[in-house]
Ligand binder design. Structure first.
Ligand code: UDP
Ligand code: MG
Length: 310
């Protein structure tokens, strides 16, 4: 019998978790009588009763494994810990808020089983129920990153996906500290089929992603999968060198012909401001990459476990 590992990262999900468990069990009993399940709940340093709820569930149901972190490490770390702990032939990643409909799972499983895919991913075709400003920046981000990176990032793709053990092993073999899973999934290759669905709002609780958190995550994605910003910084530098070279020649010739005149201070100040602005901007870009490298070479653990039941 095949076994599917279901990894659920939970951060302050006391309201959503019982609803999630109820729903996934329904799907299990209805569509998956021929398949074994394994749940891996990863408590990502919640400050509410999430861990107690997970523990209670695991006492009733021996399919449940749990891992509890020593603090909040972020969803990427939680997913990584879950992937490492999973033992199934197939692995799926789900949110606890039911925004990733468990009812799609059978369809995903059948596609992998019958059509020879290694992975079935899901993507939202609408962003209904999301603040318009957030959708706007998300669209810009995907346009930008797809221009800058060879690794394809699918707009609206969720982390919710079912994949083979082989693909999971490829993903956990990438032990980088700054993790951007959407890129990692794409980077490892394998055949992925996308299925689309309309956005669903979370059943209970609140989103953990503020605009600022998303912004930082976007920078993460860009620095992790593209070095184009660095090339851009050098390109701007070269262009400005060329312009200044031309200007020097023009000024020398003009002085020789017309003599020295001390006007033009305002334009000079403007140029100084602009060029130093561009310099700072470029140093900032380099700084971003340096910072990521710095964190990477320290080889800090991606997560730290406080307790688990296996
Ligand atoms: N999550 C997590 N650690 C975090 C933030 C979020 O494990 O630091 C989990 C959260 O519990 C949920 C999933 O990641 O199961 C997605 O989070 P959320 O629903 O808040 O994000 P959104 O769907 O709004 O993008
Ligand atoms: Mg959500």
């Amino acid at each position: 019998m095949d076994k599917i590992s279901i990894i659920v990262s939970c951060y302050n999900e006391e309201k959503a978790l019982p609803l999630f468990y109820e729903e996934i069990e329904k799907v299990k009993n209805k569509d998956f009588q021929d398949v074994e399940f394994e749940y891996i709940f990863v408590n990502d340093g919640s400050s509410d009763k999430t861990l107690d709820i997970i523990k209670k569930l695991s006492e009733k149901d021996n399919k449940i494994k749990y891992i509890s972190f020593s603090k909040n490490f972020g969803k990427e770390s939680a997913m990584y810990a879950g992937l490492e702990a999973s033992t199934g032939d197939y692995v799926t990643l789900m949110d606890a808020d039911l925004q990733d409909p468990p009812s799609l799972l059978r369809k995903m499983y059948d596609i992998i089983k019958n059509d020879g895919y290694d992975c079935v991913g899901t993507r939202r075709v609408t962003r209904k129920g999301e603040p318009p400003i957030r959708s706007f920046f998300a669209r810009i981000f995907y346009k930008l990153i797809n221009k800058m990176s060879k690794v394809e990032m699918v707009d609206g793709a969720r982390d919710y996906r079912l994949m083979t053990k082989q693909m999971k092993d490829a993903i956990i073999s990438m032990k980088e500290y700054n993790r951007y899973s959407k890129g990692l999934f794409s980077f490892v290759g394998f055949n992925t089929k996308w299925i689309e669905y309309e956005n669903i709002e979370r059943v209970a609780g609140e989103t953990k992603w503020s605009f600022w958190k998303l912004f930082k995550y976007a920078i993460e994605g860009i620095t992790a999968f593209s070095t184009v910003p660095l090339i851009l910084a050098s390109a701007i530098g070269i262009i400005f060198c060329l312009i200044s070279f031309l200007m020097i020649i023009v000024i020398i010739v003009k002085t020789l012909i017309l003599g020295d005149e001390t006007n033009g201070w305002p334009s000079l100040v403007c140029i100084i401001f602009m060029v130093s602005g561009i310099q700072l901007f470029s140093i900032g870009i380099i700084g971003q990459y340096l910072a990521k490298t710095y964190l990477e070479v320290k080889k800090r653990p991606i997560y730290i476990i406080k307790e688990k039941n296996f």
